[in-house]
Design a protein around this ligand. Structure first.
Ligand code: ADP
Length: 173
């Protein structure tokens, strides 16, 4: 079966996928934006698991991903990945952003997930130019799916009209 990529407008905390991805900070301590929304809706067990991961393995480097349960959310897992802060493109931000999508897909597959939802990583307070972020998001996922055959469905959950339109454009729709 061919994998599908959907692009929707909405709140990722409401999405029923095996895994939803959080645009986290390295400290995995929660924060604003999508990170805050996930911890708020999912409850304190997610933060407890994040703290344990940091205590055992240290902070999560940019581009890497870790997994926790999803607490009260409809998803089974939350994959926390750390997007790059936009610094003018001088700090390998494109590669780091692509790694977020790749590593999240691999981690989801390792945990038996068949569906995964992504927010627009780094396209909020981390300041990544939205059009470039959308391009990397869509094409990295499309390319990586050939290496993650267990993943049958990817949903890009956009929270604002601008990112939604940019993602649709990248998908050719
Ligand atoms: P980053 O620090 O990686 O830029 P942000 O949370 O600031 O992360 O923003 C990433 C994207 O997530 C932005 O496009 C923002 O509009 C979006 N976002 C915020 N809340 C939610 C939510 N509940 N569901 C989906 N996307 C969200």
């Amino acid at each position: 079966m061919q994998s599908t990529i959907e692009i929707v407008m909405g709140d990722i905390t409401k999405i029923k996928c095996d895994a939803i991805v959080n645009a986290a900070k390295s400290s995995l301590t929660g924060g604003g934006g999508v990170d805050g929304a996930i911890h708020k809706a999912g409850g304190s067990t997610i933060l407890d698991e994040c703290k344990l991961i940091v205590a055992q393995s240290g902070e999560c480097p940019t581009g890497e991903a870790v997994i926790t349960s999803a607490g009260k959310l409809p998803a089974k897992y939350v994959i926390h990945t750390v997007g790059p802060v936009w610094e003018g493109g001088t700090q390998s931000e494109p590669e780091k952003l692509a790694n977020c999508y790749r590593n999240s897909l691999f981690l989801a597959q390792e945990h038996g997930c068949t569906s995964i939802a992504f927010p627009n990583i780094s396209a909020g307070v981390y300041g990544y130019p939205k059009k470039d972020a959308a391009k990397i998001a869509y094409h990295t996922v499309k390319q990586t799916l050939s290496q993650t055959p267990a993943i049958k469905k990817v949903v890009f959950v956009c929270f604002d009209e601008e990112n939604y339109q940019l993602m649709l454009k990248e998908s050719g729709k």
